[in-house]
Design a protein around this ligand. Sequence first.
Ligand code: HEM
Length: 516
Amino acid sequence: GPGWIAPLVGRLSKLGPPGELAAALLTRVAGAGGPEIPQAVGSINAVVGQAFFVPLYDLFLTYGGIFRLNFGPKSFLIVSDPAIAKHILRENSKAYSKGILAEILEFVMGTGLIPADGEIWRVRRRAIVPALHQKYVTAMIGLFGEASQRLCEKLDKAAVDGEDMEMESLFSRLTLDVIGKAVFNYDFDSLSYDNGIVEAVYVTLREAEMRSTSPIPTWEIPIWKDISPRQKKVNEALKLINSTLDELIAICKRLVEQEDLQFHEEYMNEQDPSILHFLLASGDDVSSKQLRDDLMTMLIAGHETSAAVLTWTFYLLSKYPKVMAKLQDEADSVLGDGLPTIEDVKKLKYTTRVINESLRLYPQPPVLIRRSLEDDILGGYPIGRGEDIFISVWNLHHCPKHWDDAEVFNPERWPLDGPNPNEINQNFSYLPFGGGPRKCVGDMFATFETVVATAMLVKRFDFQMAPGAPPVDMTTGATIHTTEGLKMTVTRRTRPPVIPNLEMKIITDSQESTLS
Ligand code: HEM
């Protein structure tokens, strides 16, 4: 199809009152005396027919860290320069909104924390961030272990049956089970079986992806949107999710009323440590649409991203057996027979580097979207308000000038005893969780989740691309997906031989002294 940008173009033409557009045009004319942002020409064809961020990489190499991409009368600024990214995301973040992203996701996230801007965002960010405190994230490690254990059992069975597994959909189910419990104490149990609510979540997700990749926004056509079978299905799915949410909120409200825990900074109910429980205990309004919007937002934000990270990590591991061997060594030496603890996770340093490096090569999402709310200067070029901007995290993470062997999966590029790489210590050349005030609230959660799952899986199994597996190509929705799944042969590892420490058991103190 014409790709991801087409609907954005359509959407842009409908934005705001005409005056706003005129004002934006005037500002641009006023700035015409200054230096002009390089324009990518003849680029429309280049962007058609593949994951849209891939051709943006070649254009970056040709036109530099900021350039304009024209689509008929519309244009976008593509930013691939760390200093400009830092300016937009952190130094002058107040001058930018989520723009197109908020429009596409409105139907499912409403004014949830990801699309929200201005005062709504400020208030909700302040309510939600405290819910993901240290004690909560630590408690979640048990949950990550339990869910990963369930996946291990499923893989065990496949290994015995000699059946190849499509890992991308299994990772999607793993992270759905995790995020359901973590956000509203709901057990989707999607690794075990399909039920109506799991189906509804996937219908909604597919719709969100379709809307960000479809050339014509059919869902906005007045009559079509009511009679189209597809839209009907989406509306029914949303209805089911919302009524389930209402039920969970009501159950949680009763729990909060019954408990005599005092609300404090690291408040957590051991039986129900969910984010919903924290929010209700902190006085959030149960009846509000905002609470539902935020829950939906976190469900989607925490589900697709982590699943994509695991998918690409295991793909990379299949290509780099030496990294896999080292990873398995670490898992063997750190993990015991029980579920991982926070102490274990802290010792899984190489596993953490593997996740860091996987997020460099496959950032989720590959671009961040913004719109300028006022005039600004980017990389020395004046820009007007109303500019739609893509910050290409993909380009930042693949920049051949910044990274040695940028295309090589090399977890060793960050020393084990050094700090965890983040946007601050990498000066915005590495942005796995964004940066500035809108940085991901789930970064610790997601890192621990993917580290626990990866370590547990590689301890138990070897993973290879299945014979005859389809080629692994990229396509995009909000995150990077494979085009045809990640089909792998999973085999039980023969455990390293246990050398029983017989002496210790047989030899008594007195014998020991005679031996020495
Ligand atoms: C925002 C990445 C997991 C909740 C973001 C942003 C990125 C990101 C890049 C910034 C978006 C922007 O600036 O436009 C990731 C990745 C994850 C992950 C790669 C997994 C590996 C999670 C989880 C949760 C979560 C588990 C929830 C528990 C959010 C929220 C925001 C956000 C609520 C919006 C914050 C705001 O605008 O104030 N995430 N995320 N994310 N993420 Fe995550």
